[in-house]
Design a protein around this ligand. Sequence first.
Ligand code: SF4
Ligand code: MG
Length: 332
Amino acid sequence: REKILQVEQLTKHFDMGRGKMLKAVNEVSFDVHKGETFGLVGESGCGKSTIGRTILGLYQKTSGNVIFDGMNVHELSEKERFAFVRRMQMIFQDPYASLNPRSTVKEIISEPMEIHGLYKDSKERLERVYELLEEVGLNRDHVNRYPHEFSGGQRQRIGIARALALDPEFIIADEPISALDVSVQAQVVNLLKRLQKEKDLTFLFIAHDLAMVRQFCDRIGVMYLGHLVELTDSDSLYEDPLHPYTKALLSAIPIPDPDVEEKRERIILKGELPSPINPPSGCVFRTRCPMAMEICSKVKPAWQEAKQNHYVACHLYNKELTEADKKEAAPV
Ligand code: SF4
Ligand code: MG
């Protein structure tokens, strides 16, 4: 399938002052294909939101490239950037924080259309607001209400309607269901799936765990401490996870069947998540990895295709590592 987005060796560091650098995103590469849902998964603080914002150009990159439909998004003129924003929109985690509490639903949804000069008059725009409300499962009678009058799930629907107002082709959804009740999460995911089909959308879907994303995502990248550690299609990731971190994340998802749940081995990660200001040498996961070897503290594992279309950064899959290397290896 056609690549609509290419993220190449993207690095984003934040200068924290006094010589400290927060290494939020480090040499991350992946492609997103037109029409797919690409999931980016990892604990909070792993850099996934920073990647989303850097792709959108809300943050300048430190190095690397973000190419959208052949354009380098960090080298656009003001005019080109304006056109780009119409094509790529974002849905946020907390719809309450991202919607202006003093604006009505009508104002919230029509604002992007006004800024971009879509539709000739306010009557046409209002018609479009009605249409969008219906598309996201809200009622047109809601137009004059304020965000606080809605439930969390409804507010997220308003956020989705606003993101759709410019008729984008690519949506970055930054944990759009994490703040919602479990009972509402599936409804919002189903809405996004339906909209994707109807509007031919491409999604970058950011999530903090692997529950809920399997059915929605075509391919998934797993992140840990600012690094991409594994990438493959959803089924391969769930059925045959390679990276020790992915295995631990999967083992934390409860299984509804109590018999299976009881017998299952749960991988508990030791220690705390290290600071991205002072990440471990070698493999960033080594301080918590149950499989860590001596080489893991010395050499950063290369990104490699361990199986067809299944990429991982871990020395366990390094074919060039000799048996001697592995024998020598002792737990850290
Ligand atoms: Fe664990 Fe070493 Fe693989 Fe890192 S490279 S995930 S520490 S085995
Ligand atoms: Mg985040």
